[in-house]
Write a protein of this length. Structure first.
Length: 492
């Protein structure tokens, strides 16, 4: 076991003290008055959130559709293309063509992707529908492993299990439930092992009303998972408001109560009968009021694209015009307080260093090196590559352009002028790379008063496993330890 020499505690304390002094001075600088953003995605990003939509591959060459989708949203869910029936039409034969079509369309435009969904009673391929018992259990595990291997490190989150509860809070009977009550936790454990970099969500509808039986059933499962260490990072509330189900007065309470279990929450499939402006504004505000509500996704672009098109439930009409509900959502997003508490799935946080509030760093008009406190080495783009997706590493500091970073007023760390330090995912172990700057929250960083640098989207910290040349930089739960502390040092 390695002991820190006593001396280094003093060094750390001195560094923390001076960083705090700087933070105190810098806190005066940020202004709450921001220009109103003109798209849903940009407006949500002001408070560190995303605004997404479901996309259907067969509509992408409709230019009205794809123009709106790319302009307004910064998170994409495949409406059907990543479901089991789409991805594994025959047992053991995966077909990623339409899933990849969505993924490529989104990422080529700098948009992130939520995976939907790995294990569900509906939209199973025919061969899976007819399985049961241990054969089906194995097929579920194989499906999760096959799909997650393909998308490993690429997606912001996966809906691991979808719609597993009845309205009264009991488990829905299905062929999956028939394999044993532990099928959900087996799905989550399998998923974590298959791709540790993506957030793992449970997703369901009619869990918005806190006093409803189904909400309680799901809540109790998440509480149980957290208490037993079953890996789960988030709960998706589908938020389909239709028929008897509309915005409950206690929606924010529900979001808060889930979040208090130590998971992120997200509204994942929003649509509202006739697009009630008050319900749209209210559901948006409920999310904005809960720091761990990380984003909102509507289930389609125009009313004519909706699975409930006769209810006109979306934010754009059939011609692609913005509806009144669009404005009510945009206004709510623009009125939100900037930068909620960064989210993290960390459970235990060492308390040896002060909790870091996001802050602005020392003013730097010019470039800085980013020096690791533990290694003394700099964050470096290997071989001065300018290719999107090049992972950054530690390397001996030499001050050349591939080690010169500029911290901008919009919290980007730019290199070579127009490329940004970029998180390839948001989970533990996600790669940190360079990518063309696109204004998304996975390219925004908080330089914290305790010397850590955390991603606005993930809440996780820049982290290295070691100190040598070539050590890759990744995201990891912030723990304030030396391998997560970096200093911005102005280069002349
Ligand atoms: C729906 C799609 O929108 C339809 O195109 C498809 O025919 C059926 O599935 N809950 C979910 C989504 O989790 O996957 C569903 O999507 C809507 C309800």
């Amino acid at each position: 076991m390695k002991h820190l020499p006593r001396r280094s505690h003093r060094v750390v304390l001195a560094a923390v003290t001076s960083a705090l002094a700087l933070a105190g001075a810098a806190l005066v600088v940020p202004s709450l008055a921001q220009a109103a953003a003109s798209t849903l995605g940009a407006a949500a990003a002001q408070s560190g959130r995303y605004f997404g939509t479901a996309i259907a591959a067969n509509r992408l060459n409709d230019s009205t559709y794809s123009t709106i989708a790319a302009r307004e949203f910064n998170m994409i869910t495949a409406e059907n293309e990543m479901k089991p029936e789409a991805l594994q039409p025959n047992r053991g034969q995966f077909n990623f063509s339409s899933g990849d079509q969505i993924y490529n369309w989104a990422t080529q435009r700098g948009l992130q992707v939520r995976g939907h969904t790995l294990a569900w009673h509906a939209q199973q391929p025919g061969w899976m529908q007819s399985l049961n018992g241990s054969n089906l259990r194995q097929a579920m595990i194989d499906h999760i492993n096959g799909v997650m291997a393909h998308y490993r490190g690429k997606l912001a989150a996966w809906d691991v299990v979808n719609e597993a509860f009845n309205e009264d809070g009991s488990r829905r009977s299905s062929n999956l439930q028939g394999t044993g009550n532990d099928w959900i936790e087996v799905a989550f454990r399998t998923a974590r092992a298959a791709d540790p970099s993506t957030k793992l969500c449970y997703n369901d509808y009619n869990i918005e009303n806190w006093s409803y039986g189904k909400t309680q059933g799901v809540y109790n499962m998440i509480r149980d998972f957290k208490s037993r260490g079953v890996p789960i990072d988030c709960v998706g509330l589908q938020t389909h408001f239709t028929g008897g189900s509309s915005l409950p007065g206690n929606f924010q309470t529900t979001l808060q109560n889930f979040a208090a279990l130590g998971v992120d929450v997200a509204l994942t499939e929003v649509d509202v009968t006739n697009s009630s402006t008050s319900q749209y504004a209210g559901l948006t505000q409920a999310c904005l009021n809960v720091p761990r509500c990380i984003g909102i996704t509507v289930w389609g672009v125009r009313d004519s694209d909706s699975w409930r098109s006769n209810e006109n439930p979306l934010l754009f009409d059939g011609s692609g015009n913005k509806k009144a509900a669009y404005t009510s959502v945009l206004n709510a997003l623009n009125a939100a307080t900037p930068n909620p508490t960064p989210t993290t799935t960390a459970t235990a946080t060492p308390t040896t260093t002060p909790t870091a509030g996001p802050t602005t760093p020392p003013p730097t008009n010019g470039a800085s090196r980013i020096v690791g406190n533990q290694s003394g080495r700099c964050i470096d783009v290997p071989n001065s590559s300018q290719s999107n997706g090049t992972r950054v590493q530690l390397y001996d500091c030499h001050g050349q352009t591939n080690q010169r970073w500029t911290y901008t007023s919009s919290r980007q760390l730019t290199v070579y002028g127009s490329m940004c330090l970029d998180a390839a995912g948001s989970g533990n172990g996600s790669a940190v790379q360079i990518y063309s700057c696109n204004g998304q929250t996975n390219q925004q960083w908080n330089v914290n008063s305790n010397g850590t640098i955390s991603g606005v989207q993930s809440g996780r910290c820049l982290d290295v496993w070691g100190t040598g040349n070539g050590q890759q930089v990744q995201l990891y739960d912030c723990n304030g330890q030396a391998n997560q502390r970096f200093q911005l040092v102005a280069t002349s």
